[in-house]
Write a protein that binds this ligand. Structure first.
Ligand SMILES: NC(=O)c1ccc[n+]([C@@H]2O[C@H](COP(=O)([O-])OP(=O)(O)OC[C@H]3O[C@@H](n4cnc5c(N)ncnc54)[C@H](OP(=O)(O)O)[C@@H]3O)[C@@H](O)[C@H]2O)c1
Length: 354
């Protein structure tokens, strides 16, 4: 069964366990798994992007930036602001930008250098000041009814602050994410600030850094997903695409649907994880009504549970099963396979027996 705090303080299924950062296992952190994740230019990392963007990167300062300081922050070159920069996607994006020796500011509620709260627009101009490119991962979740308005307001504030680029983490198949995209596009029309949409499908890292990790560790992953197939995207690829859009040419006005190269059912995904982790993990398909009841029983409000179910219904109805070409278009190489994610995540030990 899922942990007792599952679904508390949630507005969407992948917000529920709040396990990123520290997990149920005391002191457990969720490090990025290896070079593919931490931004070092391996395989298809940002250093080998389409057309060698690093060399003609519009955002690289003269001399290619300065050596990183003790906290990994560099002190020359233009600013890239990473909102949600301590989260699953943002910390990968920030890590890659630092590896490129660009000056990076991480924005989140806990960030010392750029304290940022989506619920406090009055504080946004100070955080945006000086940023030439902005990555925005909305929190708590794109299914939040306030997401379209807040992302639109952020886009206006970014344009007012003089940002040249806004790269938005969106969601494939989510009507709320589509509304958020429209809001950003409308806000930036005629401003001179370019936008790029990263339409992510289900993150592979939901199994290792978010709400599905406790279920993997307990041996049963329950979802109202039936036998629908999902082309899980590896966040190493999503981060590479974000960095390309933040720093390279030709990404303004592009919508990238980011998926893996292969669709798997949750049963197949869980079987791969169990095999690689050397533990028994089974998939338990649930009806939507039973899943919704479980969410409410675990402490979610009816509104939160309904929002979560809306996302599940939209993203797991089979309409998102086809792999898309967003990674190839954004970074010039095919996406990483789910098996690669599973291999390196198993090697990190996050799925080891407690
Ligand atoms: N999981 C999926 O499969 C999936 C698929 C497509 C799209 N998405 C979207 O991805 C987004 C989440 O991105 P993520 O997974 O990279 O993030 P995450 O791991 O959930 O981390 C959340 C980040 O946002 C910050 N944050 C939380 N509340 C905040 C607030 N009120 N104001 C400012 N910052 C706040 C957190 O830092 P602090 O706590 O310090 O503020 C942290 O940096 C959501 O919009 C979700 O809809 C998810």
């Amino acid at each position: 069964m899922a942990p007792s705090n599952l679904w508390i303080d949630v507005s969407a299924p992948w917000r529920s366990a709040r396990v990123h950062g520290t997990g149920r296992r005391t002191g457990l952190t969720f490090p990025m798994n290896n070079d593919a994740d931490n931004g070092a230019a391996t395989g298809g990392g940002p250093g080998r992007r389409r057309g060698g963007h690093l060399t003609d990167c519009a955002l690289l300062g003269p001399g290619g930036g300065a050596p990183a300081g003790r906290d990994g922050t560099t002190d020359t070159g233009p600013d890239v602001l990473v909102l949600g920069g301590t989260g699953k996607t943002g910390r990968r994006v920030a890590g890659r930008l630092r590896a490129m020796r660009l000056r990076v500011r991480v924005g989140s509620r806990a960030a010392a250098t750029a304290p940022f709260d989506w619920q406090d627009p009055a504080g946004w101009p100070a955080v945006l000041a000086g940023a030439r490119a902005v990555y925005a991962a909305y929190a708590p979740d794109l299914s939040d009814p306030a997401a379209p308005e807040r992302l639109g307001a952020l886009a206006r504030a970014a344009a007012t602050a003089g940002a040249e680029r806004l790269v938005v983490l969106s969601g494939r198949g989510m009507s709320s994410a589509a509304r958020a995209e429209e809001s950003v596009v409308a806000a930036l029309a005629g401003t001179g600030t370019g936008w790029t949409m990263l339409r992510g499908c289900w993150f592979a890292q939901n199994f290792s850094e978010d709400f599905l990790l406790p279920e993997v560790l307990r041996g049963t992953v329950s979802l109202p997903a039936g036998e629908v197939a999902e082309p899980f995207v590896d966040l190493a690829d999503l981060a590479d695409a974000a960095v390309a859009a933040l720093t390279g040419p030709g990404h303004a006005g592009q919508v990238y649907t980011l998926t893996g190269p292969r669709a798997l059912t949750f049963r197949e995904a869980v079987a791969e994880i169990g095999w690689a982790a050397g533990r028994e993990v089974r998939y338990r398909p649930m009806s939507r009504s039973a899943y919704l009841s479980e969410m409410v029983a675990r402490g979610a409000s009816r509104a939160e549970a309904s929002a979560a179910m809306g996302t599940l219904r939209e993203t797991l109805d089979g309409s998102c099963s086809d792999p898309a070409d967003g990674v190839l278009r954004a970074v010039g190489r095919p996406p990483r396979d789910f098996s690669e994610y599973v291999r390196r995540t198993a090697a990190s030990g996050v799925w080891d027996e407690e």
